[in-house]
Design a protein around this ligand. Sequence first.
Ligand code: DP6
Length: 328
Amino acid sequence: MKATAEAHPNIAFIKYWGNRNQILRIPANGSLSMNLDSLFTRTTVTFDPNLTTDGLRLNHVPAGGSALSRVSDLLERVRRLANIDTRAEVISENNFPTGSGIASSASAFAALALAASAAAGLNLSEKQLSILARTGSGSAARSVPGGFVEWKPGNSHSSSYAYSIAPPEHWDLADLIAVVSTEHKVTGSTSGHAIADSSPLQAARVDDAPRRLAACRQALLDRDFEKFAEVVELDSNIMHAVMQTSTPPLIYWQPATIAVMHAVRAWRKAGLPVCYTIDAGPNVHILTLKPEHSKVKRLLQEIPGVQDILRAFPGGPAKLIYQEALNV
Ligand code: DP6
């Protein structure tokens, strides 16, 4: 009982920050994202009757502690669904740096949900997989479907899932990720979500989220970069305002993060289709149109503190790449 799956991370244009239900990861607001084609997590799950506990290898290193218990919790859900009791070995690899604002937990739990359910002999629908992945990491719900994806917040376990609103070919966007630090972030997203409500700004952020989401969805469907850029930067800024005013405050930006934000705004003012968005880390995602991406990359390379630039275009759904034949 073995299966391998691959999933892409995603970049949120409208962010998920804060939960209505922290255990089930029912989010405070809906969110919208794009899968990143050149980045992926590949995960193999083997249910083995000889094992007495679940095991995890992350990027070739055995992992324990909270990483293993998060994985084990998801495996437990799969065991309950498949009505089995067998422990599993999980081997997971990313082709990009972990824990630095490039959402490795999204691709990790989307790939795990698909590989584990297939290895257990389940044939889950995209919606069921999105729900399962969400319980491991909220943003993983959005890495199950392909292309441009919306996560409907819902108000219960079964009503909170993500679906595609447009395929990858819909819009030739590019995401250039300006890496300004590859150090592991100090406060992970899970702890951040838990203190979101301690900011006096979170209620206003959540109240206005449906408006921002509708504006972003429309700009995306119309391929209107100017409107898209405005709402994407607003949404990122408002999330960081909440982070920075939480107790304790979470300040993810480094000096180079701010240098990139200023440069991007100046380039847009000068006529380039470009905008920024930043997750729970110091690295900056610079969104532009594919024909402009080489030029934007050259400009980014000149900013002091930018160590590396990763590039991605809209990516497809999580996919199964190997499944051991059952009953043989
Ligand atoms: C800032 O999905 O990483 O990237 O559910 O605790 O794993 P957990 O949180 P996670 O949060 C993502 C936060 C974000 C914004 C986003 O991707 O929407």
